[in-house]
Design a protein around this ligand. Structure first.
Ligand code: GTP
Ligand code: MG
Length: 369
């Protein structure tokens, strides 16, 4: 059985905490408003005060929150979600910047600096979604939870430096997630560039690129000079064609929080990557232990949008609190459901803390009236 504070129990019953304390006192328990009682005691008190008690389990609360996988018949192609990884200073950020700018009409350049942690570029009329900084908090969280948020990993390896510890780490992350790698051998403009050395080293880590007889796509690039960026985008589109990425846009949205912050003027702001369905202004969403009504959405260019389909990154305004990077996002029927789910999760969070503090244990069974 779980625990609940007297205050919280009173709130849930819409009774005064002092009356709860009095009842407990009659039973020989001298407790204060912030003291914690177990679920059995709470149930007893609630019944005695004339309330019906319903114990709600995790399954009750979470049920149906994340829908079944999309049926093939309902799906349409969606843009690939691409993450750039690699060793420190090998040029990940430079490459992302170069890709972004190469694909933006010059006049627009100022507009796209909007930082939402993810953005889209277009190549031959096809969109590609990039998730910004790979060492991103969201990734650590997502990895820890086994959530899959990327379709393709771009492994950036500097031609003058070769395979380094974080290169190897990135390879194992991609492998663990079952995500294909495209190798971008960067800094080809440098006189000391030695791409063959990179290829041989990759071989030792079982990444066999095409020119070595394998099937891992590879492109020699220079983020600095903007060389072969088109080739890299083509490789991404080629790879995503093989993956046959699809999603159903005609259902309520699910996605993941890439990052979130509390903005002074706008309140909680969450960068959300929509993975399935279409997120709409006015939707009630839950993300981790926070919920909200989508008040406004901004795309990666900072423009207001009314809807965001599969693989689209958007900045979402309207959360009641700030969710965490890596939290799963789902749309629910109404505010009451949003509240129910997040109150439940918040309680679990608190009780987990309380439990580890008190050294006690128990199931996740909850009590509500
Ligand atoms: P971290 O985020 O710190 O891991 O680094 P990063 O991988 O994002 O590398 P970043 O893009 O910050 O580039 C590191 C340095 O390499 C910078 O000084 C860049 O100017 C330089 N650089 C990046 N790409 C190229 C390139 O293609 N050629 C040359 N010559 N220098 C490059
Ligand atoms: Mg960087």
């Amino acid at each position: 059985p779980e625990a609940i504070t007297i205050q919280e129990l009173a709130n849930r019953m819409a009774e005064r905490a002092v009356d709860v304390i009095k009842l407990l006192m009659k039973q020989g328990q001298m407790l204060k408003i912030n003291d914690v009682i177990d679920a059995d005691t709470a149930e007893l008190i609630a019944t005695e005060m004339g309330h019906t008690v319903k114990r709600v389990s995790e399954a009750d609360v979470e049920e149906g929150l994340y829908a079944e996988p999309d049926h093939d018949d309902d799906t349409t192609p969606r843009p690939p979600i691409v993450t750039v990884m690699g060793h420190v200073d090998h040029g990940k950020t430079s490459l992302l910047d170069a890709l972004r700018h190469a694909n933006v009409v010059s006049g627009e350049a100022g507009g796209i600096t909007q930082h939402i942690g993810a953005y889209q570029v277009e190549q031959n009329g096809q969109k590609i979604t990039f998730i910004d900084t790979p060492g991103h908090a969201a990734f650590t969280a997502m990895r820890a939870r086994g959530a899959k948020a990327t379709d393709i990993v771009i492994l950036v390896v500097a031609a003058d430096d070769g395979v380094m510890p974080q290169t190897i780490e990135a390879i194992s992350h991609a492998r663990a997630a079952g995500v294909p790698i495209i190798v971008a051998i960067n800094k080809m403009d440098k006189p000391s560039a030695n791409p063959d050395h990179v290829r041989t080293e990759l071989l030792r880590h079982e990444v066999v690129v095409e020119s070595m007889g394998g099937d891992t796509l590879e492109v020699e690039v220079s983020a600095l000079k903007g060389t072969n960026l088109d080739k890299l985008l083509e490789a991404i589109l080629l790879q995503s064609e093989v993956l046959e990425l699809k999603a159903n846009p005609d259902r309520s949205a699910e996605g993941i929080v890439i990052e979130a912050k509390l903005d002074k003027g706008r309140g909680p702001v969450a960068s959300v990557l929509v993975q399935r369905g279409t997120l709409k202004v006015g939707d009630i969403v839950v993300a981790g232990s926070e919920w909200g009504r989508v008040r406004a959405m901004l795309n990666d260019k900072g423009e207001q949008v009314q809807e965001a389909g599969p693989s689209t990154p958007v900045e979402v305004l309207g959360f009641q609190g700030t969710p965490d990077a890596g939290d799963r996002v789902a749309v629910v029927e109404n505010e009451a459901r949003g509240r129910e789910i997040t109150e439940y999760r918040q309680r679990v969070k608190r009780e987990t803390l309380h439990k580890s503090a008190a050294g006690s244990r128990g199931s996740l069974e909850q009590m509500m009236t």
